[in-house]
Design a protein around this ligand. Structure first.
Ligand code: KG4
Ligand code: ZN
Length: 334
């Protein structure tokens, strides 16, 4: 058995990333070039700016990934790339770079779903036990996904409005915190008390869906109403209260879904899985339940190409290759 090395590319949002992954589990290299500084002055990701940065650096990032892996094109078994969901112009840079490479080097091409990538990031750390339940929490997604067998994703619930990361970023902005707001709000919340009354959106009995726009509006109204009375809530207390409301509903619904599906393991993945409060609450919730909990290290929670390489290996094993008409699909379903 020769090792299967896959060169993976990820450009769906604001990180230009490439990695070489061996047999779906071993990271030979993992290069992530963040565009954070360029978007900071706009207070959010500007799609056109993101595409241009990807176009400027994709070749170099891919070369660096090969170099750090001590690998050449002839060592590779395939080239993989995020085909969606994401920003269309950003996706197209990665898709076209991967297609060009696959064509020029005579390698198979593998299109990967970004969320499958986030979920498979946990494979880089440990084996799975099925059925497995994933809570996907990022800037664009809030989903509970059940995996009964390898490569099969069943959507149990999702947000009906804002993604949780989006809510974090918007509330952070309301509190005057710099972009990206999620990690800043997380830090601030640690110093506050959850003493500000805010709602928790449970939705209908038994629903695994989420909603965060009401909570976001409640934060804004609470700040506004206090100001009209000539009062002020302490920002750290607002942050702690917001974080508590979010974490309560995320952990509780995940626990209910895990019990209902008799999940053997639970994963928390995506950018918001870097949140310290969420990590601690999940550990506490699942510690004594006998259900294995897997949360990737921080650098594998936020966008990266190692996770795309891990997900691509499943496609490789199944012989699921993409043709040269692979396209970037902004709303690709899981
Ligand atoms: O997965 P990701 O890197 O990109 C997307 O696919 O969206 O997630 C980015 C999101 C942003 O909304 C960011 O604010 C949030 O993850 N985030 C956090 C934390 N670190 C990143 N949110 C809360 N607490 C954190 N520590
Ligand atoms: Zn992501």
């Amino acid at each position: 058995h020769e090792p299967i090395d896959i060169l993976a590319v990820e450009t769906s949002c604001d990180e230009t990333a490439a990695a070489v992954i061996r047999n779906g589990t071993e990271i030979l290299s993992n290069v992530v070039l963040s565009q954070m500084k360029s978007h900071k002055r706009f207070g959010g990701v500007v799609p056109e700016v993101a595409s241009r940065h990807h176009a400027e650096s994709i070749t170099q990032v891919m070369e660096q990934a090969l170099e750090e892996a001590d690998s050449t094109f002839s060592d590779l078994s395939a080239v993989a790339v995020t085909e969606g969901p994401g920003l269309v112009g950003a996706l197209l840079v990665g898709v076209n770079a991967a297609k060009a490479t696959a064509y020029a080097k005579g390698l198979p091409l593998i299109g990967v779903h970004h969320i499958a990538g986030h979920i498979q990031a946990t494979r880089l750390e440990a084996e799975w036990e099925y059925p497995a339940l994933a809570l996907v929490v990022s800037g664009g997604h809030t989903e509970l996904v059940l995996i009964r067998e390898e490569g099969q994703y069943e959507l149990l619930g999702q947000t009906r409005d804002d993604a949780v990361g989006e809510a974090y970023d918007k509330v952070a902005r309301t509190l005057g915190l710099p972009y990206p707001g999620g990690p800043e709000l997380d830090k601030l919340a640690k110093t506050g008390d959850p003493s500000v009354p805010l709602p928790v959106a449970w939705l209908e009995e038994g629903s695994y869906d989420f909603s965060f726009s009401g909570l976001k509006s409640a934060v804004m109204n609470t700040l506004h109403n206090a100001r009209q009375r000539g009062e002020e809530w302490a920002p750290e207390d607002v942050a702690a209260s917001f974080q508590q409301s979010v974490i309560t509903v995320l952990t509780e619904k995940t626990a209910r879904a895990a019990a209902a599906c008799e999940a053997k393991q639970v994963m928390v993945v995506g950018g918001v899985a870097a949140n310290s409060g969420l990590r601690a609450a999940m550990k506490e919730k699942f510690e004594e339940s006998g259900v294995k909990l897997q949360i990737p290290p921080l650098h594998l929670c936020t966008d990266n190409a190692a996770m795309i390489g891990a997900a691509a290996y499943i496609n490789w094993k199944k012989g699921n290759f993409s043709s040269m008409d692979l396209n970037g699909v902004p709303g690709l379903p899981l």
